[in-house]
Design a protein around this ligand. Structure first.
Ligand SMILES: Cc1cc2nc3c(=O)[nH]c(=O)nc-3n(C[C@H](O)[C@H](O)[C@H](O)COP(=O)(O)O)c2cc1C
Length: 184
């Protein structure tokens, strides 16, 4: 008897594209493992009842998810609570170094923690994103430095993202991928 493919929705909110890249990467990795994956932003999110798993991701601005992600999660809390959900954020926390930076990086901002509590995901994972020095004010640069940040540019850790995607695949009973998904 033929088994139905596992259906997964990957839904993201991005301001400058780095969260979309991560969502695309996860979608490609899960597709390679045989899942049927629908990728969309929150404005075009599909009906969740069709999916075996839902992955939600947002860029972090001002210690919160982007408004489209936060609004969607609040509006769909009941459906999300009934679904198998994984959540990720894309910000600077995981890129911070030193004792202060590691402590800040390990703290989930209050508003994001509240959204997680609403949904009860299987896992919430913060990933480092993209931060260009050229767009940052002197004040913000000083604050970033004081918090243990110093690196600019593309700070994404594709190995960590793939490890997380593998963990989700295993939870959903998907087979191992044959080859490593190539990041953008
Ligand atoms: C206006 C603005 C506010 C930000 N606020 C935060 C923040 O509070 N915490 C954080 O970790 N990163 C913050 N960041 C960094 C972004 O989360 C990071 O650049 C991320 O990669 C953006 O994702 P995107 O490319 O999908 O928009 C901020 C960036 C901008 C432009």
């Amino acid at each position: 008897m033929e088994t139905k493919p596992t259906r997964i929705a990957v839904i993201y909110a991005t301001a400058q594209g780095s969260t979309r890249d991560i969502a695309e990467f996860i979608a490609a990795d899960l597709t390679e493992r045989g899942a049927t994956v629908e990728l969309s932003d929150f404005e075009h999110a599909p009906d969740l009842s069709r999916f075996d798993g839902v992955i939600l991701g947002s860029a972090v601005h001002n210690r919160d998810f982007l408004p489209a992600a936060a609004a969607y999660i609040r509006a769909h809390r009941d459906e999300l609570r009934r679904s198998d959900v994984w959540m990720f954020s894309v910000g600077l926390g995981p890129a911070l170094r030193g004792p202060i930076g590691r402590r800040i990086g390990a703290t989930v901002p209050k508003k994001i923690a509240a959204l997680c509590k609403t949904v009860c995901p299987w896992d919430f994972r913060p990933f480092a994103g993209h931060y260009e020095r050229i767009n940052v004010s002197l004040q913000a640069r000083l604050l970033y430095r004081l918090m243990g940040g110093g690196r600019y540019g593309d700070l994404r850790n594709w190995h960590a993202i793939r490890t997380w995607s593998t963990m989700i695949a295993q939870s959903l009973g998907l087979p191992s991928a044959n080859a490593a998904t190539v990041h953008p």
